[in-house]
Design a protein around this ligand. Structure first.
Ligand SMILES: Nc1ncnc2c1ncn2[C@@H]1O[C@H](COP(=O)(O)OP(=O)(O)OP(=O)(O)O)[C@@H](O)[C@H]1O
Length: 334
């Protein structure tokens, strides 16, 4: 049985249609007009225990709303959600123990309390025993270097510190299912790396993770499954590596040559490829469409121009595929 299951999940927001300025607000008082926004539209989603799922889509696609519906924060307009067979509203308390949610854009820490006290409040709310609590804090300290920020007051945390503390807050009760909504937003590269490593350790322990992010480096090497939502509807649900293999067009061949070759000669020999000189005039980056030519063909052509000292082909990125899906340039089979 899936641990997260949504059937026909739909959320419609009713928004007031106000004119601009004070006049618009006054007019709205007397003649109220509304328009409906379908944020999530008949979403079916089943997630098995231990899966790591990437949930991506352009701005306003309905990702955060889905996360709120799946965690019971919002009540669906239609359709239903089950977490481990339980109903998020009817079995609210039991479900709360099973899930952890992190919204990168918002904190769940108390603004005026040191992080240690925010975590202690959550420990008491969830009834985590002291030995388990200490063990979890030690682990957060190991991976997130939490110790140094425990005495800091919520409002004084830097963004990176806040995110690390919020991660601990979302996980202090040892949830089986974790929703991470933009968990690395605004973080610098070093903190991102650390946080990503932490996600991998969660996954390796068998925690079910659904991760929403615009930074696709968050999902590479972490999620096996990719779900794409657009305008409230799921437009793709499948294996991330398979998508990459099948649809990522772009390859980059980095090559070092024995002698310099004029750029025009290279371009004339490899029509359609984009060629740049890297660092020295003996190193080139050849960007090509792998559906138009193979890496082998590119190497063969280059070898006719000069002797090659070394070469390497860069892996395609999922970013390339998803960018094209967002722009409507590529339709993935569902
Ligand atoms: N409380 C709300 N009231 C009215 N409309 C809302 C509300 N919350 C979200 N929406 C609308 O629902 C749609 C989906 O929003 P949602 O925040 O789920 O998108 P998202 O995919 O998370 O976007 P982003 O990547 O920009 O965070 C948007 O058009 C948004 O304006």
């Amino acid at each position: 049985m899936p641990i997260v299951e949504a059937r026909g999940l739909t959320k419609v927001f009713r928004r007031p249609d106000k004119g601009s300025g004070l006049a618009g607000s006054v007019k709205h008082l007397f003649a109220r007009r509304y328009s409906d926004k379908v944020a999530v539209d008949h979403v079916d989603l089943s997630i098995e225990a231990g899966e790591a799922v990437a949930y991506v889509g352009p701005n306003g696609a309905g990702k955060s709303t889905t996360v709120k519906l799946l965690s019971g924060i919002l009540v669906p307009t239609a359709g239903e959600v089950r977490i481990d067979g339980l109903h998020p509203q009817r079995d609210r308390t039991t479900v709360a123990y099973r899930i952890g949610v992190l919204f990168g854009q918002r904190t769940q820490l108390w603004w005026d309390l040191p992080v240690s006290e925010s975590l202690a409040v959550l420990r008491d709310i969830y009834g985590v025993d002291h030995a388990t609590y200490r063990k979890r804090l030690a682990r957060f300290d190991e991976v997130l270097e939490l110790g140094e920020i425990l005495p800091v007051i919520g409002r004084k945390l830097s963004l990176g510190q806040r995110m690390r503390a919020d991660l601990a807050a979302a996980l202090i009760h040892g949830p089986q299912v974790v929703y991470l909504d933009e968990p690395t937003i605004g973080l610098d590269l070093a903190v991102k790396d650390r946080v990503r490593e932490f996600f991998r350790s969660l996954r390796d322990e068998g925690v079910t993770v659904m991760l929403t992010s615009h930074d696709l480096a968050d999902i590479e090497g972490f999620c096996r499954r990719l779900v794409i939502i657009d305008e409230g509807r799921i437009i793709f649900d499948g294996d991330l590596e398979a998508v990459k293999d099948q649809f990522a067009r772009e390859r980059i061949l980095h090559v070092e040559t024995e002698r310099p070759v004029p750029l025009e000669t290279l371009e004339a020999s490899l029509p359609g490829a984009e060629i740049k000189i890297e660092e020295t005039s003996l190193r080139y980056a050849v960007r090509f469409d792998r559906f138009a030519m193979t890496a082998g063909q590119v190497v063969t052509v280059l070898a006719t121009l000069t002797e090659l000292v070394d070469f390497r082909v860069d892996e395609p990125s999922i970013e390339d595929v998803i960018r094209r899906v967002y722009s409507g340039d590529l339709v993935l089979p569902r």
